[in-house]
Design a binder for this molecule. Structure first.
Ligand SMILES: C[S@@+](CC[C@H](N)C(=O)[O-])C[C@H]1O[C@@H](n2cnc3c(N)ncnc32)[C@H](O)[C@@H]1O
Length: 266
């Protein structure tokens, strides 16, 4: 008699999917903090860059070593513009973006191990050859390890606001980080920021607008990022349900260095 009881299907279109729990593949046993974990193994379907199966090992990018500078565009078999999402959480935005813009190369950075694992597993289930996920501190990565001018769009959605004044120094968006973002963005590249926290939003605008290489642009002027069918990041959905306002701003890296002042012109 056929047994139906223990067979579970993935339903990867919602955060509530049921994972197949299997031991972590040996191929990623070297990844930091993954060694003790279990992750679901992707459904076997065609989809890799080379036409093969995309595994979690393909999705996970190891954090760079000390002094190492990386160009993540080289990690993808198919060349394309590089977009980076900082604090990708469970990967809702990455998933949507990767599926709707298959020519874009996406890198999600997440510090929390639980979300990093969830996100990497989710990308593999969807067989997304155009996504990599890295567990690291995004501040360190952007400031010290990311190749100059390699990023087309940097997404930062609902960064931790650290609301207490004595914790403001832990906020990600501060002058050294902003300078690093200006360095890693390609000319004409965009930085999109969204938060539910008004005080942090004001502080972000103040500090970013001190950076001469960046200037504000309309949030809505990239139609590929304002698509029908996009209901928002996890935190956005949660806060909209609570009736909170969502604040958004986008910046572009100037195509030419801003005028720096003194000249010998007559
Ligand atoms: C408030 S959640 C927002 C998640 C997602 N962007 C969203 O909108 O649903 C912030 C996320 O950023 C991650 N995070 C915070 N600081 C980080 C850092 N320095 N580097 C990488 N990830 C970080 C947190 O672990 C968390 O998953």
């Amino acid at each position: 008699m056929a047994s139906h009881g223990r067979r579970r299907r993935c339903t990867p279109d919602a955060d509530g999917w049921v994972a197949h729990r299997r031991p972590l593949p040996a191929s990623i046993a070297g990844c930091p903090d993954l060694v003790t974990g279990v992750l679901g193994v992707a459904e076997q379907a065609a989809g890799g860059d080379d036409g093969g199966v995309v595994t979690i090992a393909d999705i996970v990018a190891a954090p760079p070593g000390e002094g190492q500078v990386v160009d993540p565009r080289l990690w993808f078999a198919a060349p394309g513009p590089l977009e980076v999402e900082i604090g990708c959480g469970k990967g809702g935005f990455l998933l949507h973006r990767a599926r709707t813009q298959p020519h874009v190369c996406l890198l999600g950075i997440e510090w929390a191990n639980k979300y990093f694992r969830f996100c990497a597993d989710r990308m593999a289930r969807w067989q997304l050859a155009n996504v990599r996920v890295m567990r690291t501190d995004a501040r360190e990565f952007v400031v010290h390890h990311l190749q100059a001018e390699c990023v087309t769009t940097l997404h930062l959605y609902h960064p931790d606001p650290w609301p207490k004044k004595r914790h403001h120094k832990r906020r990600l968006v501060q002058a050294p980080f902003v300078a690093a973002v200006a360095r890693v963005l390609a000319a004409g590249g965009r930085w999109r920021i969204q938060t539910d926290h008004e005080d942090y939003f004001q502080s972000i605008r103040e500090v970013v607008e001190q950076e001469p290489r960046l200037h504000p642009v309309p949030w809505d002027d990239d139609p590929t990022l304002v698509e029908e069918g996009w209901s928002g990041t996890n935190f956005e959905i949660k806060y909209l349900r609570d009736g909170r306002a969502i604040h958004r701003v986008a910046y572009e890296k100037r195509r030419q260095e801003p005028f720096s002042g003194a000249t010998g012109a007559v």
